[in-house]
Ligand binder design. Structure first.
Ligand SMILES: Nc1ncnc2c1ncn2[C@@H]1O[C@H](COP(=O)(O)OP(=O)(O)OP(=O)(O)O)[C@@H](O)[C@H]1O
Ligand SMILES: [Mg+2]
Length: 218
């Protein structure tokens, strides 16, 4: 169970510090740590920015799904787009993922078995804020609308819950939040196993603003 797991883990950490006793505590601590943490979400929600900081702070091995899929030969070029063979990547990763790692990428919830994941964080961002990120990145209109639509409907969040489970999935809104604030929230979730999720009903917000046609001009 994720929550008990993490509580126990922090208790072991406290005991290790308090008694300066090493072996039993450290061995137990390590044994509890053989599950993965993942950070996922649509492009531009802030995954890599926070994952890099968290990996350093918590001494987790950072695994970037996109880089890994290229290095494992699980990508194919389709015109200018790199397509990931999700089934192939899942096969490779199920065998090769090290313990005590933080996996980051929008495909993360699709490529690892539920039983190997301790906690899944889904970063969310208002479509109005995400639009600005995509403009800066020079996304064309089609690519921007596809990603904005996916964020509004909450596809990644829904799929993460479906694939990893409701109890292990936590969403945080990065809109107008500092990187520091987001890192703190996730860090406390990882260490203590508890966090308050954010509310992210973008569909309601864009409907109320009369912007449905703007984001879904089909
Ligand atoms: N609270 C926040 N948490 C994380 N990043 C933030 C936050 N607020 C603003 N940002 C900014 O959001 C931008 C996008 O972040 P980042 O590149 O990490 O996204 P990403 O989810 O990794 O995107 P991709 O999937 O395309 O790699 C960065 O410029 C980052 O500094
Ligand atoms: Mg990134």
């Amino acid at each position: 169970m994720m929550v008990n797991h993490s509580r126990l883990k922090s208790q072991v950490m406290i005991a290790t510090r308090r008694y300066n006793r090493t072996w039993e505590c450290l061995i137990e601590f390590h044994a509890l740590d053989n599950l993965l943490k993942i950070i996922t979400g649509n492009p531009g929600t802030g995954k890599h920015t926070v994952a890099r900081i968290l990996a350093r702070k918590l001494k987790l091995e950072l695994i970037d799904v996109n880089k890994m899929s290229i290095s494992k030969g699980a990508t194919e070029k389709n015109g200018r787009v790199l397509e990931v063979d999700v089934r192939k990547l899942k096969r490779v990763l199920d065998k090769e993922i090290p313990d005590n790692a933080l996996l980051v990428g929008h495909l993360a919830p699709y490529i690892i078995s539920k039983s190997k994941i301790e906690i899944a964080v889904v970063l969310r961002r208002s479509p109005y804020s995400l639009e600005g990120v995509y403009k800066k990145r020079g996304y064309d209109k089609k690519k921007a609308l596809e990603n904005l639509g996916s964020e509004i409907i909450g596809i990644t969040y829904y799929d993460t819950i479906k694939n990893i489970g409701r109890r292990k999935t936590f969403q945080f809104d990065t809109t107008n939040k500092s990187v520091y604030n987001t890192v703190k929230k996730i860090e406390s979730l990882f260490v203590q196993g508890e966090a308050e999720e954010d509310n992210t009903d973008w569909l309601k917000i864009i409907s109320e603003k009369g912007d449905l046609k703007r984001f879904f001009p089909y």
